[in-house]
Design a protein around this ligand. Structure first.
Ligand SMILES: Cc1cc2nc3c(=O)[nH]c(=O)nc-3n(C[C@H](O)[C@H](O)[C@H](O)COP(=O)(O)OP(=O)(O)OC[C@H]3O[C@@H](n4cnc5c(N)ncnc54)[C@H](O)[C@@H]3O)c2cc1C
Length: 291
């Protein structure tokens, strides 16, 4: 197995990256950490003959507060997201999702932008970001635009990006008072194994009842999907194991899993049922300050 001949371009600025990307169109791919792209070349799943390296764009790296938004640069490594005290204090479930990815080596190379832009259904950070109500910032031929994280990924390996557009940041809104989140995933072993199913939750308590809830399912649909029926069942109710079990059943019904080498669709539905219960229990405990 060898890599094909590709032309390598190193973007000198964001504008340069966008210009090159637009000029080369579908012949080109942006190169961030390369942990998706390089294995995909070896599997003959990647056809781009030009790589536009983004590593010189230091302005796309780092995590910073900006008023009511936590801005995570698109080139920020997964290791930095996992270890960031800011991410841990704004929405710990996102740090936990990042921590679940690959191995220490992969996490140190892989970027959060690449995790979103490859749009693999089992990617870990998108469901957590969707549960947090995150937005994705893009710069390119369409100017600067922002999309809901859930609208950015439109299918397996398909995003809303147009040629020459760079994901510059993931923007996490300040979470409401009395809220808590959780990311629960199941993989076939601990360490460097892709999620077979995952559930991210964000619960906002309104006194003794659940005021609002977002449940994002991962690896059980073509895109990270919000379980709307389960959320509707939870709103206005007092948290209890029985309620979480009902919501878990609802999530399992809403999921659109496939059977593949890692699991059957039926097993994935069972996993969603259990993971949703766990995610809700932890999110409520965190919202109530008891976790
Ligand atoms: C052994 C191994 C284990 C793994 N385990 C997991 C896992 O458990 N969970 C998980 O979610 N992932 C896992 N991955 C996948 C991978 O590490 C992540 O998806 C990673 O975050 C991709 O980031 P990258 O910077 O390496 O992307 P790259 O490979 O550089 O790029 C991926 C795609 O995104 C595009 N792209 C990258 N950045 C941008 C940007 N800023 N703007 C526009 N387009 C961009 C590229 O053109 C390319 O199409 C694993 C990978 C390996 C090799």
């Amino acid at each position: 197995m060898t890599l094909p001949d590709v032309a390598y371009h190193r973007a000198t600025s964001l504008a340069d990256a966008c210009r090159l990307g637009e000029q080369l169109g579908s012949e080109a791919a942006f190169l961030a950490g390369g942990t998706e792209l390089l294995p995909d070349y070896l599997r003959q799943r990647e056809s781009a003959r030009h790589l536009i390296a983004l590593d010189g764009l230091s302005e796309l790296r780092g995590i910073a507060e900006d008023g009511d938004t936590l801005v995570i640069g698109g080139l920020t490594s997964i290791a930095e997201v996992a270890g960031s005290p800011l991410v841990r204090s704004w929405f710990p479930a996102l740090a936990e999702a990042a921590r679940a990815i690959g191995s220490p080596f992969i996490r140190s190379r892989a970027t959060i932008g690449g995790n979103f832009c490859r749009a693999v259904p089992c990617a870990d950070t998108p469901p957590a970001a969707v549960a947090a109500g995150a937005r994705v910032r893009l710069v390119g031929p369409l100017g600067t635009r922002e999309l809901e994280a859930g609208d950015f990924i439109i299918g397996p390996r398909q995003t809303a990006l147009v040629a020459g557009e760079v994901l510059t940041a993931i923007a996490i809104p300040r979470q409401p008072a009395a809220s808590g989140g959780s990311y629960q995933r199941f993989a076939r072993r601990k360490g460097a194994a892709l999620a077979v199913a995952a559930v991210a939750a964000r619960v906002v308590m309104d006194g003794p009842v659940i005021g609002d809830v977002r449940l994002a399912l991962g690896a059980v649909a073509p895109v990270p999907m919000l379980a709307a029926r389960a959320a509707a069942r939870l709103r206005g109710e007092r948290p209890s194991a029985g309620l979480f079990a009902l919501a878990g059943d609802e999530c399992a019904g809403e999921a659109l899993p496939i059977t593949d080498v890692r699991a059957t669709a039926e097993f994935r539905r069972d996993l969603v049922r259990v993971l949703a219960r766990r995610a809700l229990a932890q999110a409520v405990q965190r919202a109530e300050g008891t976790a």
